[in-house]
Design a protein around this ligand. Structure first.
Ligand SMILES: Nc1ncnc2c1ncn2[C@@H]1O[C@H](COP(=O)(O)OP(=O)(O)OP(=O)(O)O)[C@@H](O)[C@H]1O
Ligand SMILES: [Mg+2]
Length: 298
């Protein structure tokens, strides 16, 4: 079973606004609502690929009810912890000539509520995979990923981390099976611009030397590079699609990779790239049909 954790899920409220005038009443042309968060995105794409997955995380209030319902309607199995106070956040995205985003802080997770997550994680078994994706809310201790890594390492659970900066670096000593920085995130931890493929491989090697088993670097429309435990390098070019909305392409790639990993890294990379491209080509997340269509284009 592949478990994902989404500490701070969100409802994205996307408004097409044209010009925005601050300090005035503006009107939108249309609105769309998307439910998610990085862990939920990974579980959603795993589900369309027929993988057994459970989305863990925290929800609150009426927006939490709506999110839970939407996740169930997506066909994703979830086991959310209900926070007593507050509401699951709504992030506002204003799409005009430019794109303006206001991401909300989200509800405060109390200690006893956090402990309930640890109780659930206690039930994970050897052979399970746990995906920690995205940032953590400010209400949580900053070493939460390390705590989780330590707990599950003892159980022989595969850890997958898609995070940035210190959050990523601090978890490396627990030997995550896979990390998936994109180029910008890799540059951030390498503290330098990565101009060539060699630069990227060297920076990925540093993360491997710090403890990561396999390092998957996603490069958007330039594809992806995987450095495996033995230092072997795998390259995957991106599938050609007309990009509509690339948000969540990385989460989808992670899901595709994990869905394919039992069939070897070459296949995993290909399925990951197809899932990433499918999400880039659609306004929402990858569907099974789109992934199959992209794979059949070859
Ligand atoms: N425009 C695109 N065309 C084709 N494939 C794409 C495109 N954008 C992304 N992909 C595929 O998806 C993978 C992941 O994309 P990307 O590197 O943008 O992830 P990311 O920056 O982590 O995204 P996010 O964090 O928003 O989910 C890429 O390696 C590539 O295979
Ligand atoms: Mg990403």
């Amino acid at each position: 079973m592949i478990f994902t954790v989404t500490f701070n899920p969100a409802i994205d409220y996307v408004m097409q606004v044209g010009e925005i005038e601050f300090g005035k009443t503006n009107r939108s042309r249309s609105e769309e609502i998307f439910f998610g968060g990085k862990g939920i995105n990974v579980s959603a794409v795993l589900s369309v690929l027929g993988e057994n997955t459970t989305a863990l995380g925290f929800i609150a209030g009426f927006t939490g009810d709506a999110l839970e319902k939407a996740v169930a309607e997506m066909g994703v199995k979830a086991d959310f912890i209900r926070i007593k106070k507050g509401n699951t956040r709504i992030n506002v995205k204003l799409k005009g000539a430019e794109e303006t985003e206001i991401n909300a802080v989200g509800p405060h997770i109390e200690k006893d509520e956090l402990n309930r997550l640890f109780e659930k994680l206690e039930s994970l078994k050897s052979g399970d995979t746990l995906v920690l994706a995205g940032s953590i809310p400010t209400s949580l201790p900053s070493d939460i990923y390390e705590h989780i890594a330590k707990l599950i390492q003892k159980k022989g659970v595969r850890l997958v981390v898609d995070a940035t900066g210190e959050l990523l670096l601090n978890v490396l000593e627990y030997h995550p099976f896979l990390i998936k920085p994109n180029k910008q995130e890799l540059e951030e931890v390498a503290k330098m611009e990565l101009k060539t493929e060699k630069d990227i491989i060297l920076a990925a090697t540093d993360l491997k030397n710090m403890g990561a088993e396999n390092v998957l670097v996603s490069l958007g429309a330039d594809g992806a590079i995987l450095l495996d435990t033995d230092g072997k390098i795998y390259k995957q070019s991106a599938f050609k699609v007309k990009a509509v909305n690339t948000v969540g392409a990385g989460d989808s790639m992670l899901a595709g990779f994990l869905a394919g990993v039992e069939n070897g890294f070459d296949y995993a990379l290909k399925l990951g790239a197809a899932a990433g491209a499918a999400t880039a080509a659609l306004s929402g997340l990858a569907t099974r049909e789109k992934i199959e269509e992209i794979l059949s284009q070859e």
